[in-house]
Design a protein around this ligand. Structure first.
Ligand SMILES: Cc1cc2nc3c(=O)[nH]c(=O)nc-3n(C[C@H](O)[C@H](O)[C@H](O)COP(=O)(O)OP(=O)(O)OC[C@H]3O[C@@H](n4cnc5c(N)ncnc54)[C@H](O)[C@@H]3O)c2cc1C
Length: 292
C-alpha cells in the first residue's frame, strides 16, 4: 500500500505552511503529517525512508522561513497531545518535543522548580529549542536538559544522555532525528523567587525584541566576541526595507514583515545585510533562520 494511503488519517496534501510559522510566509508542503503518537511517528519515518520521501520537522516555526515555492516532501508537526505534554516527578520534568517552551517554564515554576525561567519570552517548542540550543544571556536550554528522546530516520527510538547531546560533533546527533521528548533536572526553589526572576528576565527581553504582535524572526547567529545586532547597526542598516521585509528598529538582528511581504523579500534583505556587513566589518554573518 502506498504510504499516502497507510497514513491517510494524519496526512494533508499541498497544505499551506504560512499559518504554522511565525513569519506567516511561504508556500505549501507537499505533505503535512500530524502523527498521533511516537509509535505512529516511528512508522511514518520508516515509511518515508523506504519510499525515499524527504521529511522535515516543524516546531512552532519561529526560526523557519518557508520559500514562496513551498516544500517538497513531508513536513511533520508534533501537535498532538502525545507530544505536547509536560509532567514532573520530584525534580525531573519531562516534556514532549512539541510542548511550548512557555508550557515547560510555567509548569516548572508552578512546581517550585528553578532553571527553566531563564528561557522566558523565547518563543518555540522544546524540540525546536533543543535542536537550535535556544538561550539568552540568562542561560541556554543545554544547561538544564538531562536526556533527549530521539527518533532516528529509520523510526528507532534512542534515549540520549546530556553528554551525548552536547558533546556530539556540533550537536550533529540531533540533526538526524526528531526530538519526541526531553527530560530536565531542575533545582527546587521558592516559587516567589522564581517568579521574581521571571519578571526581571521578561522585562529585559521585551525591551530588546520586536513587539509581540509583529511578525518577526531572528536572522543571524552572533559571531564570536560580538553580536550580529551591533554589526548590522554599525553597517547603518537599522530600518532598511526590501519589499515588505524590514530590519526591526528595536533589534537590528530581527526582520519584521509587513502585509504583502513575500519570503523572497526576506531572503533579499538578508543577502543585502550579509554583503553590507561583510564590506563594513569583514565578518560574514551566518544565518540563524532555517530556510526551507
Ligand atoms: C520574537 C522572537 C524572539 C526570539 N528570541 C530568541 C532568543 O532570545 N534566543 C534564541 O536562542 N532564539 C530566539 N528566537 C528564535 C526561536 O525562538 C528559536 O529558535 C525557537 O526555539 C525555535 O523553536 P521552534 O519550535 O519554533 O522551532 P522551528 O522554528 O519550527 O524549527 C527550528 C529548527 O528546529 C528543528 N526542529 C523543530 N522541532 C524539532 C524536533 N522536535 N526535533 C528535532 N528538530 C526539530 C526544525 O526542523 C528547524 O530546523 C526568537 C524568535 C523570535 C521570533
Amino acid at each position: 500500500m502506498p504510504f499516502q494511503d497507510a497514513f491517510a488519517d494524519i496526512l494533508r496534501f499541498q497544505e499551506p505552511l504560512a499559518p504554522y510559522t511565525h513569519l506567516r510566509l511561504g508556500g505549501p508542503a507537499q505533505y503535512l503529517a500530524q502523527p498521533r503518537d511516537v509509535d505512529e511517528l516511528g512508522r511514518l519515518l520508516a515509511a518515508c525512508s523506504q519510499a525515499r520521501v524527504p521529511w522535515r520537522v516543524l516546531g512552532a516555526g519561529c526560526n523557519v522561513l518557508v520559500r514562496d515555492e513551498g516544500v517538497a516532501g513531508m513536513v511533520i508537526r508534533l501537535s498532538e497531545p502525545a507530544f505536547t505534554f509536560v509532567e514532573s516527578h520530584d525534580r525531573l520534568v519531562k516534556a514532549g518535543g512539541g510542548a511550548t517552551l512557555a508550557a515547560l517554564i510555567s509548569h516548572a515554576a508552578q512546581q517550585g522548580l528553578a532553571g527553566a525561567e531563564s528561557l522566558i519570552g523565547i518563543p518555540g517548542t522544546v524540540g525546536g529549542g533543543i535542536r537550535v540550543n535556544v538561550g539568552s544571556r540568562f542561560g541556554a536550554i543545554d544547561q538544564i536538559v538531562s536526556r533527549v528522546h530521539l527518533l532516528d530516520p529509520q523510526g528507532e527510538l534512542h534515549v540520549l544522555e546530556r553528554e551525548e547531546v552536547t558533546a556530539g560533533p556540533q550537536g550533529n546527533f540531533l540533526d538526524a532525528g526528531i526530538i519526541v521528548a526531553a527530560e530536565f533536572v531542575l533545582e527546587p526553589d521558592n516559587a516567589d523567587s522564581i517568579l521574581k526572576r521571571m519578571r526581571r528576565f521578561w522585562i529585559h527581553r521585551k525591551a530588546q525584541q520586536p513587539l509581540s504582535f509583529q511578525r518577526a524572526a531572528r536572522m543571524f547567529k552572533d559571531p564570536k566576541g560580538t553580536s550580529a545586532e551591533v554589526l548590522i547597526m554599525e553597517a547603518g542598516l537599522k530600518g532598511t526595507r526590501v519589499g515588505g521585509a524590514e530590519v526591526s528598529d528595536r533589534n537590528a538582528n530581527y526582520v519584521v514583515v509587513h502585509t504583502g511581504a513575500s519570503a523572497r523579500d526576506v531572503l533579499r534583505l538578508m543577502e543585502m545585510i550579509r554583503s553590507r556587513v561583510h564590506e563594513t566589518s569583514g565578518v560574514l554573518l551566518q544565518q540563524a533562520l532555517a530556510v526551507w
